[in-house]
Design a protein around this ligand. Structure first.
Ligand code: HEC
Length: 303
């Protein structure tokens, strides 16, 4: 969807004014590039002394950089999904290029009936283990990226790349808690609660950072906006996607009661995050957005 409708979903002209084909190719290129970088890091550092720590540290830097870069190049919504897809590509490639082929080689050698060198085969087991451990840590960050698409307060934030990175790191730390918990119960590892605690504190930090700003009362005396004016705007800019037949995200805006019910969300979407109308399909102006804002701040009256 994001590649075929790149003009609507992938490109944010205020960041990069490029054609759909170029933007789409760049997005696909990043998926591949992430895999190569990750794979090289694993090959070079994976089996050294403290290799897993080095790989973890480097990958934290790589994910932070990816989050920054994607959010510099693409619309926030697409950027979040893209970083998730980069990690998910590495997860799949781990399975297809290392875990399954390694297993095949070992099984083939063991069932061939001929003598085989167990030491030479051990690398496949070690590498398969290494890559599946990495996939474990990738899971929660990828799920977060997948879900983030429904929450415009995340991907429209000024510092959205930091939010994405912090949430992903919190996910990996919380995963570490789950992993280590088993070893802890078997007496092989220390108590994992600090990982969970740090992860939760990071998420709390994001919640505080995202606290909605109080509606800004403008310095100039604001002309009151009547409900009739609001209805004209909604007819023009919203009803094509939020009516009795088409109800994007179950939001209908074709009656005063429904507008009243969704007033807070309409204000957020139109005046604060400016995500609606979707891709500004109807060319809503800043002045029109400000009118919706003033109507809401003045109490969202529907009479
Ligand atoms: C071109 C189609 C289109 C137009 C026009 C449009 N919307 Fe939407 N709207 C959507 C889609 C698609 C979603 C669901 C987005 C998602 O999944 O995050 C949505 C979601 C919403 C939501 C729910 C957001 C949430 O995350 O809770 C609100 C509120 C909303 N729109 C208000 C409006 C208002 C107000 C207008 C007019 C100013 C408008 N929309 C115009 C397509 C549209």
């Amino acid at each position: 969807m994001y590649l075929y409708n790149a003009g609507t979903f992938l490109i944010d002209k205020s960041l990069m004014d490029w054609t759909p084909v170029v933007a789409g190719s760049a997005a696909v290129g990043l998926l591949v590039a992430f895999w190569f970088v990750y794979d090289i890091i694993c090959r070079v550092f994976g089996f050294r002394k403290n290799g897993e720590l080095i790989v973890a540290g480097l990958m934290i830097v790589v994910v932070a950089f990816s989050s920054w870069l994607a959010n510099e190049l693409f619309a926030g919504r697409a950027a979040f999904l893209l970083v998730g897809a980069m990690i998910a590509t590495a997860m799949s490639a781990n399975v297809f290029f290392w875990i399954i082929p390694g297993q095949r080689k070992v099984v083939a050698a063991m069932t061939s009936g001929e003598t085989y060198d167990a030491n030479a085969l051990a690398i496949h087991g070690k590498r398969g283990k290494q890559r599946s451990v990495h996939n474990t840590y990738f899971t929660l960050p990828v799920i977060f990226a997948m879900l983030s698409n429904h929450y415009s307060f995340l991907y429209t934030h000024e510092h959205r790349w930091v939010l994405l990175f912090v949430m992903m790191l919190a996910g990996a730390l919380i995963r570490q808690f789950f992993v280590q918990r088993h070893a802890f119960h078997l007496g092989r590892a220390s108590n994992p609660w600090p990982f969970a605690a740090v992860g939760v504190v990071m998420i709390l930090g994001v919640i505080v950072a995202l606290k909605p700003a109080a509606p800004v009362a403008s310095a100039a005396p604001a002309t009151p906006v009547s409900f009739a004016q609001v209805q004209v705007l909604v007819d023009k800019h919203c009803l094509s996607c939020h009516n009795a037949q088409v109800q994007m995200k179950n939001v209908r805006l074709d009656s005063p009661e429904q507008l009243k019910q969704h007033a807070q969300n309409v204000y957020q979407q139109v005046a604060v995050t400016k995500q609606m109308p979707m891709g500004n399909a109807t060319g809503m102006t800043e002045e029109e957005r400000a009118m919706i804002g003033r109507w809401f701040v003045a109490g969202a009256k529907t009479d």
